[in-house]
Design a protein around this ligand. Structure first.
Ligand code: ADP
Length: 453
């Protein structure tokens, strides 16, 4: 500015001197006025040029302004650039922020002061059956037509959440949502949704389980209490007393069986999978299972003779790395079931085979009552029984297959059932290759060494 001012004064001085030389004081006045008007016109024209350039609004546009006006253009350009960079940074941050909210497993929805949707992430859209872009600007209560939700929104007290049904893609599974509103900003609201279906199912399962256990215990307990009352109130002959005591013993052992199965289940659930370091020799284990099965079968007859033909087959030296108690429990559950659900005279085949893939396949095949197809998927659920009275009569707790499946899975294996009503059933377990060892007396030390590493 200062050099330009000096220059202007210098020009005026020179012009004044020339004017004085040419026409005295009048010449000075005319010459300086003319020069001032010329300078003013030049600035007005440059000012207009700057205005035109500004109006384009494009900082990259060319401008041939120089000097002071050129400096204006350069500074405005720098201002534009800084503003654009800041805007870009904010845009980038906003994008990252929205991406983070999109990645959230919970639904996030922003409502304006009138309850209209401003923005929502995909999860919220999925939970509430919305279209994230199409439904923007719509009233949330018009779109989420759920009485519990409408009541929650209208009551205006958002300290607690509301549990409601959500929209799920699959019709077979109902979505349970936990929804809560939080006020923020100027009367705006943040709506959070969380899928609590698994938790609701677990709660339901726990309630069913407690109800089942109570029911299972109550039945023998009622019978037992009835017998106690009879013994207390009636003068019975000794043989009658014995009869009642025998019946009481049956009920007591039913309760014992139930409690023991429940304990087994809770132990299985609460402990880590069995280590691969313990080797279980299947030969003596199966011998034990066989003698127990023969005894159980004999109990069904009158003369102490086994009522079924039982065939056991397995390769020599087969060992499984796992828990002896668990494998015994899984295997004997299946064999005993075959005895209990096969009428007298039936055939039961129990085999262990090594598959070409290196797994061990254990199967129990019977020609007993069989199971209708609709029951098969639910057989290993706790307390699921096809024929309640038959199960109870033969001392069943309804937990055997649940325990067996659990044990198979803890050993990395699987549990399968094939069955047909009136034809028979085949229950099988597979144990994966990494838990199978063939240990002959000569290799025993080497294998045991190996399995300890
Ligand atoms: P339970 O103690 O009642 O036998 P399980 O869990 O062992 O309980 O078996 C569940 C149900 O599966 C039984 O109640 C029975 O109806 C059916 N079941 C199991 N094994 C057999 C089998 N070998 N043949 C026919 N039905 C079977």
């Amino acid at each position: 500015m200062i050099p330009r001012l000096l220059l202007a004064l210098l020009v005026l001085l020179v012009v004044a001197a020339c004017g004085f030389a040419l026409g005295g004081f009048t010449g000075v006045l005319l010459a300086t006025n003319g020069a001032l008007v010329a300078m003013l016109l030049q600035d007005v024209s440059r000012g207009q040029q700057l205005e035109r350039w500004l109006r384009k609004g494009d900082p990259k546009a060319d401008s041939d302004l120089t000097g002071m006006w050129g400096e204006f253009v350069a500074r405005i350009r720098r201002g534009y650039k800084t503003r654009d960079q800041l805007a870009e940074q904010h845009q980038h941050r906003l994008k990252e922020f929205l991406e983070a909210i999109q990645a959230s497993p919970n639904g996030v929805l922003l409502l304006d002061e009138d309850g209209r949707i401003e923005w929502c992430n995909q999860t919220a859209a999925l939970h509430l059956g919305l279209d994230a872009s199409r439904d923007r600007g719509q009233h949330i209560v018009n779109l989420v037509r759920n009485p519990a939700f409408t009541r929650y929104v209208s009551q205006g007290d958002y300290k607690s959440d509301v549990i409601m049904e959500g929209r799920s893609n699959s019709l077979s599974q109902l979505l349970k949502l936990q929804v809560q509103l939080h006020a923020y900003g100027d009367q705006k609201k943040l709506l959070l949704t969380r899928d609590v279906t698994a938790r609701a199912q677990a709660d339901q399962m726990r309630r069913d389980f407690v109800a089942n256990v109570s029911h299972e215990i109550r039945t023998p307990l009622t019978v037992l209490a009835g017998f106690v009352e009879t013994l207390q109130s009636l003068p019975l002959a000794p043989d009658e007393q014995h009869k009642y005591l025998d019946l009481m013993a049956i009920q007591a052992s039913r309760m014992q069986g139930l409690v023991s199965d429940l304990l087994t289940l809770s132990q299985l659930e609460g402990s880590p999978p069995p280590p691969v370091t313990e080797l279980v020799d299947l030969k003596p284990l199966m011998a034990q299972v066989k003698s127990d099965a023969l005894a159980l079968s004999a109990l069904q007859g009158k003369d102490g003779q086994s009522m079924h033909s039982l065939a056991f087959q397995m390769p020599d030296h087969l060992h499984i790395a796992g828990s002896r108690a668990e494998i015994h429990s899984a295997v004997s559950n299946l064999v005993n079931n075959a005895v209990r659900y096969t009428p007298a005279g039936g055939h039961i085949e129990v085999t262990w085979v090594l598959t070409p893939e290196g797994q061990a396949l254990f199967s129990v095949t019977d020609d007993g009552v069989g199971i209708a197809a609709e029951h098969l998927p639910r057989l290993s659920e706790r307390f699921y029984r096809v024929d309640r009275s038959r199960s109870r009569e033969s001392g069943g707790t309804g937990l055997g297959l649940a325990i067996t499946k659990h044990i198979a899975q803890r050993h990395g294996g699987t549990f399968q059932v094939h069955s047909e009503v009136g034809v028979g059933s085949c229950f099988s377990l597979t144990i994966p290759e990494n838990r199978i060892k063939c240990v002959t007396p000569d290799t025993r030390d080497v294998v045991l060494e190996d399995s300890h590493h």
